[in-house]
Design a protein around this ligand. Sequence first.
Ligand code: 5BU
Length: 452
Amino acid sequence: METKKEFLLECYQLGIIKFGRFTLKSGIESPFYVDLRPLASDPKILKSLANYLLDMLPLDNFDLICGVPYAALPMATAMSLESYIPLIIKRKEAKAYGTKQLIEGIFKKGQNCLLVEDVITSGKSLVETIEEVENEGILVSDIVVVLDRQQGGKELLESKGYKVHALFTISEVCQMLQDAGHLTDEELTRIHDFLNGNPVKFEVVKRISYEEKLDLCEHTVAQKLLKIALEKKSNLIVSADVTTTKELLELVEQVGPHIVALKTHMDIISDFDPDSTILPLKDLASKYNFLLMEDRKFADIGNTQELQFSMGVFKISNWADFVTAQVIAGYDSLNCFRNVGVVAIISMSSTGTLTDLQYREQAASIAVSHPNVFGGVSQNKISKELLQFTPGVNLADSGDGKGQQYNTPEHVFKKIETDFIIVGRGIYKSEDIEKAALRYKIAGWNAYLDAL
Ligand code: 5BU
């Protein structure tokens, strides 16, 4: 069985929780909005959810299951099917005709009923529901909820002697989503403020423009990239993860007009040859006005990196405009990258990455202070002094089944204020590569403009 976190991330993809600025029924502004109804639209998720909820409970105690209408009805039904505990249905209002009963189904007075609810907030509506069920002679001792919004509901019910079992708390959910890169540090702070009853600041900070970045970023490669972005109205970098020179050059012919840089993993080109791979690539780069970014992710001591950078088959230093490097070996390890720009890996897009907040802060502090570094690859907001590059962007998929996690251009420009999107399979695997490149270029540029 998948972990609880993996399950949550699957549920998240259904759009059950949104972050931003929402006005609640009470008029209060909340930094998040929860709607668990979409969970019922995915049978596999609904079934897993039923089992997660059942696993938390002393099932022998219950004769009946009842969902609080409407969101919890499918959940209670699924739990009944998985556990064979009979279901009863509580109406929202008693029928005005016929039997006038409030509870439908077969039950006897004195039976103990498990109540199922999707979200518990203040708990007041649950108290009312419990009363109505108890008025029919049915006993209630336990309530199971999918999400506890941590706004006093659990405490209220417990003070009345009921046991509340919650699969997730909102804090837990937010932490998991932040670890997975779906929530920025500021959003998390805002949610904590909201939950602690502190005033929530929703200042709308506009992201800075490429023109402003031109004043902030002094590195020549950063300047070149920004100028190309403004000229071509593009912030798209295509990741050319193809494996032959022919495929590489054909891809570049199609995407060249639309990109600011081409990202390569030159060590996956099986027929690499400086003359037949690099020379035509350089020609295309000047013909279409884009830079070459070798995603080598250096991760060794300075001396070894220096050799990997300038020697061997690829002689990266001869042709790359900029390279990616881990900062794991420390500040001095980056001294060897002379005459190119370095983009430091601050965080990664894959599931289970070790780039947690502490790592990211340390990596960013090396990146900002090192003169060879002008940017960072990151899934979280980074310092304005760096150009930010974000891979893991795809308009059609949410992941690749191998750990890659995707976001949309809109998300990465608005939420994490990135400067450049890196797109691989979304473009080179597409049937019409040029059209796909144009689509991502327009989506990226519009998302950037919208975020200004
Ligand atoms: P994709 O096909 O769009 O998933 O390709 C993404 C590219 O970006 C691929 O070349 C990766 O090596 C690269 N990448 C990434 O996906 N995530 C990261 O965190 C980093 C690099 Br760093």
